[in-house]
Design a protein around this ligand. Structure first.
Ligand SMILES: C[S@@+](CC[C@H](N)C(=O)[O-])C[C@H]1O[C@@H](n2cnc3c(N)ncnc32)[C@H](O)[C@@H]1O
Length: 278
């Protein structure tokens, strides 16, 4: 499984999505425009109270319990998270029966932290309340192997248990230099939590060690995982609750697939060259 779940749980409630789409307040924070470009709405995770944190724990434990019977022993789960909530939800996945394997660090400049204390900006100009976010953690979990079974045996019997190496033969790494999702991808799939193809193609490839099996993304959003799976030659099942996002995914997936690997980086180089020329 590869997925990017609803985190506040609340932010993807139908009522909250409507509020966000109509530009209203609610759990979604509409950030100010910056450098002439309007930023995408962000969910306000810090707004969760203890009751909501309990709901979140229950949600991820229930998700783990529901997912385990559908997975082969040794199957991996890659779950996108954020630095604020990962400690809470990773534990809940373990409470639900998964083995915690490691954490992937996606190096990306996020919009989290770095601010001066609210209403204390002038009094405390040299203080920031949180470090400026420079990474996104992904939890890596595994359905436990049967007792005494080795990874070799698990690979032979179930085709699971390990992670696929990169195409160049190097091991899959727990640090992935990444980038924010490109404007081009956002134009194709205007979903507030769209993940970039450059990242997802690496993650999706790793999850099936022998390239055999079916990926599931139970929180498909705009279909970015499905598109990445198609590119690396895997089958993928995507599930999405919100009808608008489901329709969006149907249109977006073929276009996301068509984005060639490395295209984004060459775009960046071009952008930088233009800036340098100016
Ligand atoms: C964080 S977004 C995933 C975005 C996705 N990674 C992308 O790149 O487009 C989570 C998605 O899960 C959907 N969702 C929330 N609760 C759900 C549920 N119970 N079943 C299926 N989908 C759900 C939301 O509508 C939202 O589109």
């Amino acid at each position: 499984m590869v997925f990017d779940p609803p985190y506040g749980v609340k932010e993807y409630e139908l009522e909250q999505i409507e509020k966000m789409l109509s530009g209203g307040t609610g759990i979604w924070r509409i950030p100010p425009s910056f450098d002439g470009s309007v930023r995408s709405p962000l969910p306000r995770f810090t707004a969760l109270d203890e009751g909501e944190r309990q709901t979140l724990r229950r949600f991820f434990k229930d998700l783990a319990i529901a997912a385990l019977p559908a997975l082969k022993p040794g199957a991996h789960v890659f779950m996108a998270s954020n630095a604020f909530l990962s400690q809470l939800v990773f534990g809940a996945m373990v409470d639900g029966g998964f083995e915690f394997r490691t954490e992937i660090i996606r190096l990306v400049q996020t919009l989290r932290g770095g601010d001066r204390p609210k209403l204390g900006e002038k009094d405390f100009p040299d203080v920031c309340s949180l470090p400026r976010g420079g990474y996104e953690p992904w939890g890596v979990f595994r359905k436990p192997l049967p007792p005494k079974m080795t990874v070799r045996e698990c690979l032979k019997i179930y085709g699971t248990g390990g992670l696929r190496r990169r195409a160049d033969g190097n091991p899959f790494s727990d640090v992935i230099p990444s980038e924010r999702t490109s404007k081009r991808e956002k134009d194709i799939a205007p979903h507030p939590s769209l993940k970039p193809q450059s990242l997802l193609r690496q993650v999706v490839r790793a999850v099936l060690p022998l390239g055999i099996g079916v990926i599931a993304d139970p929180f498909m959003g705009s279909g970015s995982t499905v598109a990445a799976a198609e590119v690396v030659g895997y089958q993928c099942i995507g599930i999405e609750r919100h009808a608008n996002y489901y329709s969006l995914a149907k249109k977006a997936v073929p276009k996301l697939i068509a984005i060639r690997s490395g295209e984004r980086s060459s775009e960046i180089v071009e952008e930088q060259q233009i800036k340098l020329a100016i």
